[in-house]
Design a protein around this ligand. Structure first.
Ligand SMILES: *Cc1c(COP(=O)(O)O)cnc(C)c1O
Length: 388
């Protein structure tokens, strides 16, 4: 039995909520969508929320809403899932990779400043692992350079910075409800914003560029509708929103559990030479979507690749988040990206390892993960000789 790196939790109330909605008249674009949107908006102190079919669609909607088009540059970190950069390209924009801070692996505001050009339109920050970025500094850069500040918060629903929730820290914030994320709707996403005009553009974009929904037309007894821009079908179903509403009730408890698991891991590394957690900045309440360690091969005698394989052989489902996006063949070929553009991200990539973390992870499982790493590091000579 492999302990996975992430896993969703579902209970009887979640299942009942979905079944209830399946038995109603509206399977999609009914009352549950608005109810879920309002619940998330309230939770994160945002005025508006727009539910969409997944986090990637949310990124696309947000970049569309701020008007990213051909040739516009968007600055983002390379240590993220490919979808962050892909969404920029979907709008015709150019992803410009700025390096991360070597200790937190969050977008470094100074690196952002260095990459701003007259074509830059937005900063797209990523709350890597669930830790909010330095939004205070990013905000001041955005204001000074007249840029929109967008947060890819697919890792950080439930996190706060100086007491303020993620969702209230940028102009637009994107969440994902994929099963490994903080809460799930199967597939799903949401964008929150305080700007009604962005929200309006996103509602139209998720619905084919049409200004009214079927439900609104039914209420008005009319067949007429207007398509005013090109749009997508990025709608989220009512039964998925019913699941989201039910899951949201558990978010706070789950974040607290993730934080306790992280604290349990953190305590262990002082007695394991060469293994270090990432740094958490002051004022941060971390959502711990991921628990990431750095493996210092020169101290612990075993490299990240070997540790990855040996842990998996021993039933610990580790992962690596992420291969820097600018090293992917597509970005090398289409955008001339490659080694040397973001040295901190590139060197971090050689040593990072994501350990299992999810709300229902048991303390015995954490102890097994820690014990296995301890064992592999202690006996690395035997391991590399093929004896252990
Ligand atoms: C999960 C994730 C996405 C994409 O979300 P989906 O719902 O899977 O489309 C985007 N950015 C980051 C950082 C993610 O972790």
């Amino acid at each position: 039995m492999m302990i996975p790196y992430g896993r969703h939790s579902l209970d009887a109330a979640d299942i009942a909520a979905v079944v209830d909605t399946l038995q109603s008249d509206w399977l999609t674009t009914g009352a549950k969508v608005q109810e879920f949107e309002q619940a998330v908006a309230q939770l994160v102190s945002a005025r508006e929320a727009v539910a969409v079919s997944n986090g990637t669609a949310g990124l696309h909607c947000a970049l569309h809403a701020v008007g990213i088009q051909l040739g516009d540059e968007v600055i983002l970190p390379p240590l993220t899932f490919v979808a962050t950069a892909n969404a920029v390209v979907m709008c015709g924009g150019v992803p410009v990779f700025a390096d991360v801070d070597p200790e937190t692996l969050l977008l470094d505001p100074q690196a952002v400043e260095d990459k701003v050009t007259p074509r830059t339109k937005a900063i797209l920050a990523v709350d890597f692992a669930g830790q909010p970025c330095d939004y205070q500094t990013l905000r001041s850069i955005a204001d000074r350079r007249d840029l929109v500040l967008i947060a890819d918060a697919c890792h950080s629903l439930g996190a706060t910075l100086n007491g303020r929730p993620v969702g209230s820290l940028a102009d637009l914030t994107i969440f994902s409800f994929h099963p490994v994320k903080a809460i799930t709707t199967g597939e799903g996403g949401m964008i929150v914003t305080n700007h009604p005009e962005y929200a309006q553009r996103m509602r139209i974009f998720r619905n084919h560029g049409i200004t009214s929904t079927l439900k609104e037309r039914e209420a008005k007894q009319t067949w007429e509708y207007q398509m005013i821009r090109l749009g997508m079908n990025y709608r989220l179903t009512d039964f998925q929103c019913a699941l989201g509403i039910s899951q949201l009730n558990k978010l706070q408890e789950w974040v607290t559990r993730r934080q306790a698991h992280a604290a349990h891991y953190d305590k262990a590394w002082s007695s394991v030479p060469g293994i270090h957690p990432l740094r958490t900045r002051a004022g941060v309440s971390h959502a711990y979507h991921l628990y990431v360690i750095r493996v210092d091969q020169h101290v612990c005698g075993i490299d990240r690749g070997a540790l990855f394989s040996l842990l998996r052989e021993r039933g610990v489902g580790v992962q690596v988040h992420y291969i820097p996006v600018h090293l992917q063949p597509y970005y090398r070929e289409e955008f001339g990206a490659g080694l040397g553009c973001c040295p901190h991200a590139e060197s971090a990539y050689e040593s990072i390892l994501s350990l299992p973390i999810f709300p229902m992870l048991k303390n015995e499982e954490i102890d097994k993960v820690i014990g296995t790493i301890q064992d592999l590091v202690t006996h690395h000579d035997l391991v590399s000789a093929g004896v252990a």
